[in-house]
Design a protein around this ligand. Structure first.
Ligand SMILES: O=P(O)(O)OC[C@H]1O[C@@H](O)[C@H](O)[C@@H](O)[C@@H]1O
Length: 463
């Protein structure tokens, strides 16, 4: 026998001994007087525990139920039966996983939230919360007087990190793989904002979590900058999309390539309000899909469509706050030798001279025509964020440093050290859409061991 261990998987009644009567019920035929024989499935395991192909055994039992002989036979019929059984089990497991990947529950305040889960590893919580969750801590009656919801995506933990985060005052940057992405949204009305938040179940801590003053976005997470990036236009800083109520889109048009197969996801939709049309008179729809992969990687896919009227142009950016150990310990690879516009020098154009971007003072730059993979290496945490992107040629790198941080009401004086914004964006050459045309941008975020990218980034760039 090639295996070192033979495991007999019998029915529970067989396992505890087979009385002749039971053998007979199972169709056993007495080979000799006083003996009984029957066929049962067996599974063989080797010393490493891997399961060998199952076989069927013919067992001969003595009169008192002891096994006196084991023979292997009937391989094909047994394979058929077992395959059928495995198929049913797989189907049931898939059903169970599907059920558990989207679960609507209530939080301790009785508010609905949706938990997105992947069977192994990461989870995401889509929390249907009040927009004013800062307020409801202190004015609970407000909970009942508004119909606005905050949908909050919370990335769970796939790398064994604790979800309890360095809680930056006014900023929800967790220590987990990709922070937390959140947006405010509501099924019916249109009046809230994108924001980021984290909930580790400790409601009492939420009052520390943000300057949450709708319609202004909270700092942190991955707000969507649209249709303007920064102050390069007449609209509010980074455009209005991050300050709007998005709706959950139950029936989005299919993507040309579905990057979110095997991932749990949520689809969001924003259409312009009357007020938006006054400041930006273009008929558009912007869709945003958030996908959580089995291993906790996050994919964001955004689509902007010109739904009628005249052509229009826009800028777009994923304003991505990453949690880092210390800004002085971080380097960004993938931007070397590129030209950049320095926002701190009236957008003057320079060329990156270093072999990586490192930080010693305030940085606010737009790197132009960057490769599709950027790596943010955190030496102290021994972790690298990989940013893969499509349709987003520019990369904004921003850290306010000490002086500016002190002037920002929603950033603690020292908190600039634990954050870096690396925004995949399209800024220098805005996108122009003719009527009926659609633009798609995609961002993949993952956290990998520190050394990973050094060996792999070049390979990934070719993807
Ligand atoms: O405070 P906001 O509006 O979120 O913007 C923060 C920063 O975002 C960066 O993307 C910009 O380049 C900076 O100029 C800006 O200060």
């Amino acid at each position: 026998m090639p295996c070192e261990k033979l495991a007999l998987e019998l029915s529970s009644s067989l396992m505890i001994g087979l009385p002749p009567r039971l053998g007979s019920e199972l169709g056993a035929v007495p080979p000799f007087p006083g003996q009984w024989r029957c066929r049962v499935p067996i599974a063989m395991c080797n010393s490493w525990g891997s399961l060998m192909p199952p076989l069927c055994a013919e067992l001969t039992f003595s009169e008192v139920g002891n096994i006196v002989e084991v023979g292997l036979l009937d391989f094909l019929s047994f394979i058929l039966v077992v395959s059928f059984g495995l198929l049913i089990m797989a189907h049931l497991a898939a059903l169970r996983d599907r059920r558990s990947e989207f679960e609507v529950t209530k939080d301790c305040n009785g508010m609905d939230h949706v938990v997105l889960r992947v069977p192994r590893g990461a989870s995401a919580r889509v929390r249907c919360h009040l927009v004013m969750f800062m307020i409801f801590l202190w004015l609970p009656t407000y909970v009942h007087s508004t119909s606005q919801y905050l949908v909050q995506l919370e990335l769970g933990n796939s790398f064994g990190d604790s979800i309890s985060a360095p809680r930056l005052k006014g900023m929800f940057i967790s220590d987990t793989i990709l922070e937390i992405m959140a947006c405010s949204c509501q099924h019916i009305s249109t009046n809230t904002e994108w924001s980021l938040a984290m909930d580790d179940g400790n409601q009492s801590e939420q009052k520390d979590m943000a300057m949450f003053k709708p319609p202004k976005a909270m700092r942190g997470g991955i707000p969507i900058c649209f249709p303007q990036f920064g102050n390069r236009g007449s609209l509010e800083q980074h455009g209005f999309a991050r300050n709007k109520m998005w709706t959950i889109d139950d029936n989005p048009p299919p993507l040309n390539v579905d990057y979110c197969k095997e991932k749990v996801s949520v689809n969001l939709l924003l259409k312009p309000s009357e007020e938006d049309l006054k400041s930006w008179p273009h008929c558009f729809e912007i869709r945003h899909k958030v996908c959580l992969a089995m291993d906790g990687d996050l994919t964001l896919i955004s689509r902007v469509r010109n739904i009628n009227g005249r052509p229009f142009s826009f800028s777009f950016g994923y304003h991505t706050y990453l949690s880092i150990s210390d800004i002085s310990e971080v380097r960004i690879e993938g931007l070397e030798t590129l030209d950049y516009l320095d926002n701190l020098c009236q957008r003057e154009r320079f060329t990156e001279q270093g072999d990586a971007v490192t930080f010693e003072s305030e940085v606010d730059r737009i790197y132009l025509g960057s490769p599709n993979v950027i790596a943010v290496l955190d030496h102290e945490k021994k972790r690298t964020f990989l940013i893969r992107k499509e349709g987003l040629p520019d990369v904004v790198v921003w850290n306010p440093w000490e002086r500016k941080a002190k002037s920002m009401v929603d950033l603690g004086d020292e908190e600039y050290k634990q954050m870096i914004c690396v925004d995949a964006a399209v800024i220098e050459k805005p996108v122009t859409l003719k009527p009926g045309e659609e633009w798609t941008g995609r961002l993949d975020l993952s956290a990998v061991p520190y050394t990973y990218c050094i060996d792999h980034v070049d390979h990934l760039r070719g993807m």
